[in-house]
Design a protein. Structure first.
Length: 427
């Protein structure tokens, strides 16, 4: 049996405004449809400078769309743009099919993928803000879990003359206020965790980039090499938005240098503004990072567009001055040499150990550049200091004198200050 038989069939539609990226945006829309457990049975495109304010497509194309819906026996249409409430209402009236715009589709995917409490709240907030102006469009733009008609109370006690629309709107606004309050509390807890990490002086590195570029594969490769617990790998799946939750892992390099690596939610072109705003707290891991690694699918011919989308999204949430390495991933799909470094760019494969080690070298150059090489004379009765240095620094040389142990090591600034009294002025 073909597993795709269980997928909801849809017709995708889009307006070509003579954009060079239109074909790619439609391909991406089809991938988003598949990520939402649907299958595209047909796509309909019209060339127009701007959408019809009433029906998105022109009159003739709407008639053609209606016939396609009938012929293909589908009851769902997915549009490549965000539609106005009136456009949704009029398309549904003409075609007798449910219409989902690009924003609604991405919101559905996020709602299905959210795992943590915070991610669920963030997605719910984005959905509520999206639904608010669309309350009166149609039955298909329903309010999930927003209705109540029991005889024992609920919405039956509304004020005289209050319409269902007014009641739904008031209920929605109340829920938005409640979710905002819950997210603020959750953000406070995350901020506390980040402050604790900051106090530990452990550098932080965040993986960012387009969805499905291979961020999670890079992270798992680094965990395999340097992780303190190999069981803490993150989920990898060849699908858009496979995971929404930020994962943070502590890595320890062979020279005892440590840093925190986080895997953040992926981006996509035309990522709904509601989601960008809702996920600000999740992306705070990137905002507070000492270094960003933008992971790019080097094998994708649209990689320049993907990089532009990533940088625009980062700018929208206020991340503009964090140092960045560009990891041009999936080079194993091309006939190119890798790993191949040029400045802060690295052509690599997340499945290749040499690539990951070269990426590690680049990371070290960025976040450990302020380390000091010092020689310290540690008295024999300070064995705890020697143990700390052995466990937490890169020991270059150890000698023994009558008055103590001489250790030459690379120290981060906080340790250099902490053990300043033991520093030898000459080796």
């Amino acid at each position: 049996m073909d597993l795709t038989d269980n997928l909801t069939p849809v017709v995708t539609i889009g307006l070509n405004r003579n954009s060079n990226s239109f074909d790619y945006s439609m391909t991406e829309l089809n991938n988003l449809v598949e990520a939402n457990n649907m299958k595209v049975v047909e796509s309909l495109v019209q060339k127009l400078d701007k959408p019809d304010p009433a029906t998105y497509f022109g009159k003739g194309k709407i008639e053609e769309l209606t016939q396609v819906v009938i012929d293909d026996g589908v009851n769902t249409i997915v549009a490549n743009d965000e539609l106005s409430p009136s456009q949704i209402r009029n398309i549904e009236k003409n075609t007798k099919a449910r219409i989902i715009d690009r924003t609604g589709l991405i919101l559905e995917i996020f709602a299905n993928r959210a795992q943590s409490r915070e991610a669920k709240l963030q997605v719910e907030l984005a959905k509520l803000k999206y639904q608010l102006p669309r309350l009166h469009t149609s039955a298909s733009q329903r309010l999930d879990q927003q209705t109540g008609t029991s005889s024992g109370g609920g919405f039956t006690n509304r004020g005289a003359g209050e319409s269902q629309y007014e009641l739904n709107r008031r209920t929605l606004e109340k829920r938005i206020t409640h979710v905002n309050a819950e997210l603020k509390e959750s953000s406070k807890a995350d901020l506390t965790k980040r402050k604790q990490r900051d106090r530990s002086e452990t550098p932080t590195v965040a993986l960012v980039g387009y969805t499905n570029a291979g961020k999670s594969t890079v992270m798992n490769g680094m965990i395999n090499l340097y992780g303190e617990n190999e069981d803490k790998q993150v989920m990898v799946k060849n699908m858009l938005f496979a995971t929404l939750d930020t994962s943070v892992r502590k890595l320890t390099l062979p020279d005892q240098k440590r840093f925190l690596l986080s895997d953040t939610v992926g981006f996509v072109s035309q990522l709904p503004h509601q989601l960008v705003q809702a996920f600000k707290s999740t992306l705070a891991e990137a905002a507070s990072a000492d270094l960003l690694i933008q992971v790019v699918d080097y094998s994708d011919p649209h990689r320049e567009l993907m990089m532009k989308t990533t940088e625009e999204t980062l700018a929208e949430i206020g991340i503009t001055n964090v140092p960045m390495i560009v990891a041009l991933n999936k080079a194993d799909k091309l006939e190119v040499q890798y790993p191949n470094r040029e400045g802060d760019n690295l052509i690599m494969s997340a499945n290749d150990e040499d690539s990951l080690k070269e990426l590690t070298t680049m990371i070290k150059e960025k976040i450990f550049k302020d380390y000091q090489t010092l020689s310290l004379l540690i008295p024999f009765d300070k064995g705890n200091v020697v143990s700390y240095l052995n466990d937490n620094t890169n020991i270059l040389k150890t000698d023994y004198r009558d008055d103590g142990t001489v250790i030459k090591a690379e120290l981060k600034d906080v340790d250099a200050k902490r053990f300043a009294k033991y520093v030898l002025t000459t080796d």
